[in-house]
Design a protein around this ligand. Structure first.
Ligand code: NZQ
Ligand code: ZN
Length: 384
């Protein structure tokens, strides 16, 4: 097992009818910015419940954060928040609203240069406004981690930053807020969370049986409970199990002591930046091709995945590995998620600019740093 430090200060408030519990965790003196998306929280009653649970009314409301939150929109929120003297952000929505809140929190006090530098140049985040969340779409894990992903469509860029100062102080996870999710978003969340586990699990063994089994537990829970939540949107337990699994998939604890490989996300973010494909759907496209490309380096864990997660007993190890990857693809297809770029009308040579971008950056992805631009090109070809 590798060395690690682990600190997760986010208070998780989980369960039925907790949506209006912000009062317990919010200082009434705070000048709150209520941040939300395109209106789902007003349609499903979440907005009223959150508002009714605040100790004092928000000083500012800012709606219209879009999926794959846009830098320009975030900067409009930053301007308004600076003017209103905001000192706490309450994000109500999915991963995009939470990610936007984190970037806005860091950008408000940032005066050194264009806050885009936080994303593009890794500029230091020396201060941030504290934030809390009410999560309405489980999947990203953003509610319990220090990461944020922001898009700048004019430049076809989608970039992440990670900083402990933007870790939410609290997150309220009421599974009933997810009853209104369209199927497309429910399955996006399941696939995203599944991939987060794989990115922290599918490397090479470091003799960490507890981490392996916890990762497999989250995968098995998503495989069992995900389809139930799709079939019965108001099945409380299925919704709760998916919500807990998604939070557990990316609150940092699965990566303790083990190597990670975020290649699927790195390539997937480019597919969203260039073609606007939903985040989770890019992962369902890239991951099977990437695992096949890396099947030698990842052999031991791929075999373990096939045997323990999918129960594959085939004796020939190479065949078992392939059956495991195929079982994962079948799981995605069963959720109605496509695994090829052609389904999104991306032509076979459409990904050439992405390969060039990785080449220009002299990319070396993967747990061994051996996935270079040529091999990324091979992965993307296999995604066609
Ligand atoms: O905007 P509204 O009207 O709220 O509608 C949203 C949006 O259209 C809707 N929705 C959310 N909750 C709902 C609901 N509709 C009905 N009922 C509800 N309860 O769902 C749509 C998608 O929302 P969005 O927040 O964009 O989805 P998701 O949670 O999948 O977030 C995706 C973003 O998170 C980033 C992705 O790259 C992408 O930008 N990620 C963030 C990560 C992190 N911070 O750790 C890690 C992930 O790997 C990911 O990269
Ligand atoms: Zn993701």
């Amino acid at each position: 097992m590798n060395n690690f430090t682990y600190h997760n200060p986010t208070r998780i408030v989980f369960g039925k009818a907790t949506v209006g519990h912000a009062r317990k965790y919010l200082d009434p003196q705070k000048r709150v910015l209520l941040l939300f998306g395109g209106g789902s929280i007003k349609q499903n009653g979440t907005y009223e419940k959150v508002l009714g649970g605040l100790p004092t009314p928000p000083v500012l409301e800012f709606g219209g954060i879009e999926p794959n939150p846009e830098y320009e929109t975030c900067m409009r929120a930053v301007e308004a928040a600076r003017e209103a003297g905001i000192d706490f952000i309450l994000a109500v929505g999915g991963g995009s609203v939470v990610d936007a809140a984190k970037f806005i929190a860091a950008a408000i006090p940032y005066r050194e240069s264009d806050p885009w530098d936080i994303l593009e140049k890794g500029a230091a985040v020396n201060a941030a406004i504290p934030l809390g969340t009410v999560l309405t779409l489980p999947g990203t894990g953003s509610e319990a981690n220090p990461a944020s992903v922001i898009s700048r469509r004019a430049r076809q860029k989608k970039l992440a930053f990670i900083h402990p100062r933007v870790q939410p102080a609290f997150s309220i996870l009421d599974p009933e807020t997810t009853y209104s999710l369209p199927v497309r978003q429910t399955v996006n969340g399941i696939v995203d969370a599944f991939t987060h586990v794989i990115e922290q699990y599918m490397t090479y063994p470091v003799d960490s049986p507890l981490q392996d089994r916890q990762a497999e537990a989250v995968l098995l829970t998503l495989i069992e409970e995900g389809p139930k939540a799709v079939a019965q949107p108001r099945d409380y337990n299925a919704r709760a199990n998916v919500m807990l699994a998604a939070m557990w998939a990316l609150n940092g604890h699965l990566s303790c002591g083990v190597p990670g490989d975020w290649s699927t996300h790195m390539i997937g973010h480019e597919l969203t930046a260039f073609f606007g494909i939903d985040h989770a759907r890019t992962l369902a496209i890239v991951m099977p091709a990437l695992l096949r490309e890396q099947r030698k380096a990842k052999h031991a864990k791929l075999l373990q995945f096939a045997r323990r997660v999918w129960g594959i007993a085939t004796e020939d190890e190479g065949a078992a590995v392939e059956e495991g990857i195929a079982a994962m693809e079948a799981f995605f297809h069963g959720l109605g998620v496509e695994t090829k770029l052609s389904a999104y009308e991306v032509p076979p040579d459409g990904t050439a600019p992405i390969v060039e971008r990785f080449r220009a950056a002299d990319a070396r992805l993967g747990e061994h740093g051996d996935l270079d631009a040529d091999r990324i090109e091979a992965v993307l070809r296999a995604c066609a």
